[in-house]
Design a protein around this ligand. Structure first.
Ligand SMILES: Cc1cc2nc3c(=O)[nH]c(=O)nc-3n(C[C@H](O)[C@H](O)[C@H](O)COP(=O)(O)OP(=O)(O)OC[C@H]3O[C@@H](n4cnc5c(N)ncnc54)[C@H](O)[C@@H]3O)c2cc1C
Length: 309
């Protein structure tokens, strides 16, 4: 098999970059091992550059996402792939006088928070990452971009090695999230678990203390735990933390019906977007902000590949 660009990993980073490349007429092939715990499938998708404490280039990257996703969601909707998203901001609730001062949280809370003293709104929003990824893969399919369920075992000399066979490509992108170690990328997993509930949601992502909640499919996404480990599934410890947090912090969720739980491995380390060998590029280490930083990452990769100035 051959392609101009082989994209290894179809999380938000790989799928969005593949889409941007294919839109510019490059012959792209996307392959993914469909590993349990892919971050994008479990992600909250908050676009929260200020509450996440980003600064400098990454803050600018986060702000770029707000306009980029607004346009992308409209574009995908026009192509018949609607994606849940909101761009009305993000809120931070203050739970102590110190937090109230630090966040200048003088506005009323947009949603009942037990112990909440006020809120501050920031520019931001959210997208539904799993739905966005599915929409991107759907559009790519329509553009004739091949998708291969396969695990890459190595790369080099214009080849992606698979358990059976290989893909030849002039350029290769490694967008394998937390699984970068086998390719020599300095990244490790920060497992996160989140709860999906029926019930009233705030109008936009709301941070309160150790966690947050946001709208999701007519209900609520509430997250998230964080442990550095490879451990598949959601365990009792995670479930208990999430249930206690929901119960103690948000009175409106009392009696809410359980919809499900999700888990994923955030790629933890320094954000890295660069060339790691001749014609081999990598993008990883986006941690808690991979959805937010994906548009900037795709743009950087296109520049590095010489596809865009
Ligand atoms: C609970 C949770 C909440 C989060 N909330 C937010 C948030 O609110 N905002 C935000 O911006 N970010 C958030 N994140 C982080 C964000 O989801 C990640 O940073 C982002 O999804 C990483 O995308 P990725 O494409 O690098 O990796 P992934 O989505 O993990 O995708 C990597 C893909 O590579 C594939 N793969 C791995 N190895 C191979 C191989 N050898 N061969 C072929 N394929 C391979 C895997 O199957 C996988 O599909 C959250 C994450 C979690 C877990």
């Amino acid at each position: 098999m051959r392609a101009e660009v082989a994209v290894v990993g179809a999380g938000i980073i790989g799928a969005l970059t593949a889409y941007e490349l294919a839109k510019r007429g490059l012959e792209v092939l996307l392959l993914d091992a469909e590993k349990p715990g892919a971050a994008t499938l479990a992600s909250a998708g908050m676009l929260a550059p200020y509450p996440e404490g980003l600064s400098g280039e990454l803050l600018q990257a986060g702000l770029l996402a707000l306009t980029h996703y607004r346009d992308l969601v409209a574009e995908l909707g026009e192509k018949g792939f609607p994606v849940e998203a909101g761009f009305s901001g993000t809120y931070v609730a203050a739970l102590t006088p110190g937090e109230k001062e630090a966040w200048e949280a003088e506005a009323p809370l947009p949603y009942p928070v037990r112990g909440g003293l006020g809120a501050r709104a920031f520019p931001g929003g959210y997208v539904h990452p799993k739905a966005l990824r599915e929409a991107l893969l759907g559009v790519l399919r329509g553009m004739g971009v091949p998708y291969l369920k396969a695990e890459a075992t190595g790369v080099g000399e214009g080849k992606v090695l698979l358990a059976e066979g290989e893909v030849r490509a002039r350029r290769i992108l490694l967008a394998v999230g937390a699984w970068g170690e086998r390719f020599g990328l300095g990244v490790r997993p920060l497992k996160g678990e989140a709860l999906l509930l029926e019930g009233p949601s705030p109008p936009a992502p709301l941070f309160a203390g150790e966690g947050y909640l946001l709208p999701r499919e007519g209900g609520v996404y509430l997250g998230a735990t964080g442990r550095e480990e490879w451990q598949e599934g959601v365990d009792l410890f995670g479930l208990r933390w999430l249930a206690d947090y929901a119960h103690e912090r948000f009175p409106a969720l009392g009696g809410s019906r359980f919809r499900g739980v999700v888990f994923g491995y955030r790629p933890l380390g320094e954000v890295f977007v660069g060339e790691v060998g001749e014609g081999v590029y990598a993008a990883t280490g986006h941690g808690r902000n991979g959805v937010l930083l994906a548009p900037w990452t795709a743009k950087r990769l296109l520049q590095l590949m010489g596809v865009e100035g």
